[in-house]
Design a protein around this ligand. Structure first.
Ligand code: PMP
Length: 338
């Protein structure tokens, strides 16, 4: 319970939720961290605010300035809400394939959207990244957040997400599982948890099957926000500086169908509605938990809610049209517990 002086002060301090039915038969305790409880609806509010505050402190962003970012949606939403609150213009470069609900949320905050072809490779002069960078260079007073290479991004998680997990498990956490987009979440949170536990906490990077982080071919994917989708030969050059590879003990590749199955089961058996990248993290965590003991406590970070994906992963017609199957045994009301 809290009262905040502004919406920005309400970013962070998300709870942990213990899985009961979805983790049935597993020995460790499994908790999820629902990051959609942030005001913009995702984990990226944390990094967005931290990057913006650092830019202000360093003088890179001044009153009347323009906030620019290239994003799969959620970082843009965090920046757009902070820009709206603080009186900056926000211009967000994103691909035309991101969830319509995220685009609508960006414009609701008053951000200007520049939609760019998602299928231009990241290293091409017309890529969404190159266009965002060019716009920022050519616009007076513009500041490009650059989440992939901005140290304030992992620092936000070292300062907030990590300490929250440690405190909320009373130091019992043994395993942390998260997806890797910019790497900010896993690097900052993982670094903190390893330091505070004297190196005991194991960190698993849950990764879409085709993502280059875990050795995939970098081909296109459905799941938004997680993974590294560049040609394997270019992958190393385009590795984000926000990602601290030393923190990740292992990667767990997860195919899209398993991720979709995981969030659909989570909704039906726990009443927790999570997004696609959450499915990647959850599927990896439940697989990992099969090999752990009663002494272990697994924390899974769920980046955003299923609300933006009701017309995709939660829609049987969309699944069929895109080569997926709707799970037939998803679970549902079980035996009454009282
Ligand atoms: N899932 C979603 C839905 C996201 O928007 C992001 C951010 N790109 C991530 C996962 C990965 O988070 P991070 O950038 O901190 O690695």
């Amino acid at each position: 319970m809290a009262s905040y002086e502004s919406v920005l002060d309400s970013i962070g301090a998300t709870p942990l939720l213990r899985l009961t039915r979805a983790a049935q038969g597993l020995r460790p305790r499994v908790y999820v961290k629902p990051e959609w409880q942030n005001p913009g609806g995702s984990v990226k509010d944390r990094a967005a605010l931290a990057m913006l505050r650092r830019a202000e402190a360093e003088g890179a962003l001044r009153p009347g300035g323009t906030v620019v970012e290239v994003t799969s949606g959620n970082t843009g939403i965090g920046l757009a809400l902070a820009a709206a609150h603080l009186g900056y213009r926000a211009v967000i470069f994103t691909s035309s394939t991101i969830a319509r609900e995220k685009r609508a949320q960006l414009t609701a905050y008053g951000a200007e959207l520049r939609l760019v072809d998602a299928f231009v490779p990241k290293d091409h002069p017309d890529s969404v990244h190159a266009q965002g960078q060019r716009f920022a260079e050519e616009t007076p007073g513009a500041w490009l957040a650059h989440q992939y290479d901005n140290p304030a991004n992992p620092a936000a998680h070292y300062a907030t997400t990590g300490p929250e997990i440690w405190a909320d498990t009373d130091g019992a956490v043994t395993h942390f599982v998260a997806t890797v987009g910019t790497g900010g979440t896993i690097s900052g949170t993982g670094r903190y948890l390893k330091e505070v536990s004297g190196g005991r906490v194991r960190v698993t990077g849950a990764d879409p099957l085709t993502s280059a982080y875990s050795g995939g071919d970098g081909s296109q994917k459905y799941i938004e926000g997680a993974g590294h989708f560049v040609h394997p030969e270019a992958a190393r050059d385009l590795w984000p500086r926000s990602l601290d590879t030393g923190v990740i003990d292992d990667y767990a590749p997860v195919d899209d169908q398993s991720a979709i199955d995981a969030i659909r089961r989570l909704a039906r058996t726990e009443g927790i509605l999570a997004g696609g990248s959450s499915g990647v993290a959850l599927a990896a965590a439940l697989r990992l938990a099969e090999h752990l003991t009663e002494e272990d406590t697994v924390v899974v970070l769920l980046p955003d809610s299923g609300r933006a994906y009701l017309s995709t992963y939660f829609d049987d017609d969309w699944l069929a049209a895109n080569g997926f199957t709707a799970p037939t045994a998803e679970g549902g009301p079980g035996e009454p517990t009282v």
